[in-house]
Design a protein around this ligand. Structure first.
Ligand code: ADP
Ligand code: ADP
Ligand code: MG
Length: 449
């Protein structure tokens, strides 16, 4: 096994990965920005290296500084977490060239799947259903022509998109031209690539994704699905596994299709196939994320499998010790993202010092975080400061457990979104389980009436 791993991330996910390494007897190297001198990941790792100023472009996205830190500390592998450099093919390539194992997909695979229009093509030819739509658009003229064929409403999506950015909804032909320009410009700024394509807008839709894990010997297993339809601005807020809205047949179909998608590209590592599902329960490939996902925790809860440890193992070349039939889904798990933001005031991000912190406990209650009492949340990074995860024998039990855990949790000094999470858990549409990606918008609208 690896002797030493560098973790190229911060926050709760850096802490999560350090914990897995410690349990596996692997030494850890943290990298931190000048603003993260007092961050938990900086303290928890065996060694810590400062890699630059607070802004991510100068530190956590600074490939040279991170590679240098790995070389200087003798780390054999780099775990990129999620976000940041986790889906950056140039970084994966740099690791490969420097003989450092990138704990994730190969640079080629990241490139292949990161091009969302290319990924659509690959999946289509593998027999995986994709949303009706277009290839990469050459210009706005072509967009209007194909837009008429696809029909409205439709979505213009950035080929390099991620985190819900670079997506524009177009209701009618007149809106197409300005939306094309806006999406392209936003994508250019956010991803350095203005390329866009179109997809038919599915409404009402559910976001359901399947976790897959592949080793270097051609074995691929699926680990159940995650229901991620509670979203705001195309960003997930609460996730659960299994999805409460699908029957066994659909579930099996989803798993089979996800496996087919993984096999089509000979996927190695941990990955997620994201599907969009319409109200007739038809599902279509949306994209593949070639990395560890924020919401991997709900899959860990229902399968009992530590995904981060397995991600590290398969990167080292360990063969999967389980077969598809060994994977059992037990009970029901929910994750609430705890964000330092004011959900009832335009979700404005909050910074400040945590004066008092009490984390909920009890059986099957997990809180993944990197904050501690006295910690000052810096203004430079993502507003997600923790994830509360519960596991119940049934969905009803999980909901009750989550409500109790949210009520027990005290994070004093900064405004967080626990009140909104509680309202979601008590919302009728959520309780029925058959909710769409528009549920949260509806909840917020009704609230303001
Ligand atoms: P998913 O839920 O599909 O894994 P998201 O897009 O919701 O993906 O989350 C990934 C996003 O998290 C990144 O795009 C980035 O904005 C954000 N992010 C990156 N690094 C961190 C971090 N260390 N802590 C919290 N959020 C991060
Ligand atoms: P990103 O790379 O930013 O995660 P995705 O392609 O995964 O982009 O889409 C993000 C979200 O946008 C989805 O989770 C879903 O809620 C919504 N979405 C994407 N494509 C469609 C579609 N064709 N119809 C309806 N909603 C969609
Ligand atoms: Mg996505």
């Amino acid at each position: 096994m690896f002797q030493k791993i560098l973790i190229a991330n911060r926050g709760e996910i850096a802490v999560r990965i350090i914990r897995a390494c410690k349990e596996m007897g692997i030494k850890t190297v943290a990298v931190y920005s000048q603003a993260d001198k007092e961050a938990m990941h900086t303290f928890l790792a065996d060694e810590s290296v400062c890699i630059g100023p607070p802004q991510v472009k100068d530190s956590y996205l600074n490939m040279q500084a991170i590679i240098s830190a790995a070389v200087n500390t003798g780390a054999e592998a780099i775990h990129p977490g999620y976000g940041l450099l986790s889906e950056n093919p140039a970084f994966a390539k740099l690791c490969e060239d420097c003989n450092i194992t990138f704990i994730g997909a190969s640079s080629e695979m990241i490139k292949q799947m990161g091009d969302k229009d290319q990924a659509r093509k690959t999946m289509k030819s593998a027999g995986v259903p994709v949303v009706a739509g277009s290839d990469l658009l050459e210009d706005v003229h072509q967009a209007t022509q194909l837009g008429a064929e696809i029909g409205f409403p439709l979505l213009i999506k950035a080929k390099a998109g991620g985190g819900g950015r670079g997506i524009r909804k177009v209701e009618k032909m007149e809106e197409l031209q300005p939306a094309f320009a806006a999406a392209s410009a936003e994508a250019e700024v956010a991803f350095g690539d203005g390329g866009v394509y179109m997809e038919k807008f599915i409404y009402p839709a559910k976001h359901i994704e399947v976790q897959i894990l592949g080793d270097k010997y051609g074995n691929i297993i699926t680990l159940g699905e995650r229901e991620c339809s509670v979203q705001r601005n195309n960003q997930k807020v609460l996730e659960e596994s299994p999805s409460p809205a699908i029957d066994e047949r659909t579930r099996e179909n989803l798993q089979k299709t996800a496996k087919k998608a993984g096999e089509a590209v000979k996927y190695i590592g941990l990955g997620t196939i994201e599907f969009i599902m319409d109200k007739e329960k038809n599902f279509y490939f949306m994209e593949m994320n070639t990395r560890l996902q924020v919401e991997h925790t709900v899959t860990e809860a229902v399968t009992g499998i530590d995904l981060v440890k397995w991600q590290i193992r398969v990167a080292y070349g360990v063969k999967l010790n389980m077969k598809q039939e060994d994977v059992a889904i037990n009970g029901s798990a929910i994750e609430c993202r705890i964000n330092a933001e004011d959900p009832f005031n335009n979700f404005i991000p909050q910074v400040g010092k945590i004066n008092l912190l009490h984390i909920a406990g009890g059986p099957k209650v997990r809180f993944d975080t990197a904050v501690y009492q006295g910690y000052e949340i810096p203004p430079f990074y993502d507003s997600m400061i923790g994830k509360l995860i519960v596991h119940g024998n049934t969905r009803e039990e999980a909901i009750r457990k989550m409500k109790a855990a949210l009520c027990e949790t005290v994070i004093d000094g900064v405004t967080v979104n626990t009140e909104l999470q509680l309202e979601i858990l008590e919302y009728e549409d959520f309780i029925t389980g058959d909710y769409s990606t528009f549920m949260l918008e509806k909840l917020l609208e009704n609230r303001n009436k």
